[in-house]
Design a protein around this ligand. Structure first.
Ligand code: 6PG
Length: 470
């Protein structure tokens, strides 16, 4: 007799924590893992939740253990392992069952899997889960895409285990096919931008203001009580305060300045480019991580150009806080603009206000700011966040500070790739008269690409010299 409400395959850290979260919410869960020993180990270490968990080493028995229509979460490494798992599961599934894939998958892979399984009568949900290990165990933010009918079967469980913001679950169905994984990808791109801009501000504190990590930590702790209140600002305060037990030195001073990346940030920059939506903060953050990894080259170049001047930056901490806020507004405006365009292109009808809402708790980019964004969408904002009335007020107050910090960075020779990208975007976005008229002239000169003249229409051409003198 099938007794499990849901199944889960893949008992690595994220899978195990999700399974425990589901069990803790009173659901009976069947679990399976490729390495069978891991199943017993997991069940035996589940303590009081053990009675809610049924471990099955045989895949067919695992599937039979789940009540129909079945909801089966797969939490395996993104890429080929997901396709292999789908193929293994398929012969055991029946019409109406659903596979719920919760890894960081590329949304086009999810689109493909959705299109493959739908005609077979098998539901496919591509679900973004954010919040790291802690989130998976105690309440992640859950971004669902895929088969709507099967979503309704899994909805009670996924809603129960999600983080709650003032009682509202941070879990929602966002659209067909790869919509959920797409939104998670943009979440990660925004995460990259937030982290990079925070690191840039730390750089101003360290190199421009001569602050030590403890002093910087205190500032971030203070900022966490204001408009920048967020998980990433909070953990930054903790990271900066941490002392290495072996040396007694600030840990952050010992960590090599080479950032890793698994690819989701890069995907969001690529998709933004494909959609022709400028996401310069995300692009800057991805590039900054890549540049950080080129440690040897950077050290060699520093030897050639010399160290930056040690002059103190003429910046106050209040200005720095406002600059970060302005950078953040631009970054989110860009990320949401990418989602709006992708929604149009893919026919997803992404609910942008709901996305802001389900990011208010559980996920890595959770912040007070997202509550303001959700409110702006609720008030009917649909275009770029930079023109939403509440954000216009915030930005009018904050952009002069961003300007001061970026100028100080340029003169003081400390790099601010994302903050300066945010400022350039803002200045370009609010500029009624740009300079692309000259680009159009150049394009027409060498390629007869044509240009538009107001009152004369498109496809106009200039009379250019046929030969160039020296
Ligand atoms: C989350 C995170 C998570 C991501 C890590 C690492 O929302 O919980 O986005 O999914 O895997 O942040 O990403 P990078 O290794 O690319 O920094």
């Amino acid at each position: 007799m099938a007794s499990a409400d849901i199944g889960l395959i893949g008992l690595a850290v994220m899978g195990s924590n999700l399974a425990l979260n589901i069990a803790e919410h009173g659901y009976q869960i069947a679990v399976h893992n490729r390495t069978a020993a891991k199943i017993d180990e997991f069940v035996n270490s589940a303590g009081p939740l053990k009675s809610k968990i049924i471990g099955k080493a045989d895949l067919a028995e695992f599937v039979q253990e789940i009540k129909r229509p079945r909801s089966i979460i797969i939490m395996v490494k993104a890429g080929k392992p997901v396709d292999e798992m789908i193929e293994q599961l398929l012969p055991h599934l029946e019409k109406g069952d659903a596979i719920i894939e919760c890894g960081n998958s590329l949304y086009t892979d999810t689109n493909r899997r959705f299109d493959y399984l739908t005609p077979k009568g098998i539901g496919y949900l591509g679900v973004g889960v954010s919040g790291g290990e802690e989130g998976a165990r105690h309440g992640p933010s859950i971004m669902v895409g895929g088969s709507k009918e099967q979503w309704h079967n899994a909805e009670p469980v996924l809603t129960a285990i999600a983080a709650k913001f003032k009682g509202e679950p941070c879990c929602a169905y966002l659209g067909e096919g790869g919509a959920g994984h797409f939104v998670k990808t943009i979440h990660n791109g925004i995460e990259y931008g937030d982290m990079q801009m925070i690191a840039e501000v730390y750089g101003v504190m360290r190199d421009g203001l001569g602050m030590n990590p403890i002093a910087a930590s205190e500032v971030f702790k203070q900022w966490n009580k204001g408009p920048l209140n967020s998980y990433l600002i909070e953990i930054t305060g903790h990271v900066l305060a941490c002392v290495d037990a072996q040396t007694g030195k600030p840990l952050v001073d010992l960590i090599l300045d080479k950032a890793g990346q698994k690819g989701t940030g890069r995907w969001s920059a690529i998709v933004a480019q494909e959609l022709a939506v400028p996401a310069t903060v995300i692009e800057g953050a991805v590039a900054a991580r890549s540049l950080s990894a080129m440690k040897d080259e950077r050290v060699a170049a520093e030897a050639i150009y010399g160290k930056r001047s040690a002059a103190k930056a003429d910046i106050t901490l209040d200005v720095l806080e406002q600059a970060l806020l302005a950078g953040k507004i631009v970054s989110y405006a860009q990320g949401f603009a990418v989602m709006a365009k992708a929604s149009e292109e893919n026919g997803w009808n992404l609910p942008l206000g709901t996305i802001a809402k389900i990011w208010r708790a559980g996920c890595i980019i959770r912040s007070r700011f997202l509550d303001q964004m959700a409110a702006a969408y609720e008030k009917g904002s649909s275009a770029n966040l930079l023109v939403a009335p509440d954000f216009v007020t915030l930005m009018k107050g904050a952009h002069p500070s961003l300007r001061k910090v970026v100028a100080a960075g340029a003169l003081g020779e400390f790099p601010l790739p994302c903050l300066s990208a945010a400022l350039s975007y803002f200045d370009s976005y609010r500029q009624g008269l740009g300079t692309a008229n000259l680009i159009q002239g150049q394009r027409d000169f060498f390629g007869a690409h044509g240009f538009e003249i107001a009152g004369r229409g498109p496809d106009q051409h200039g009379t250019w010299p046929s030969t160039l003198g020296n």
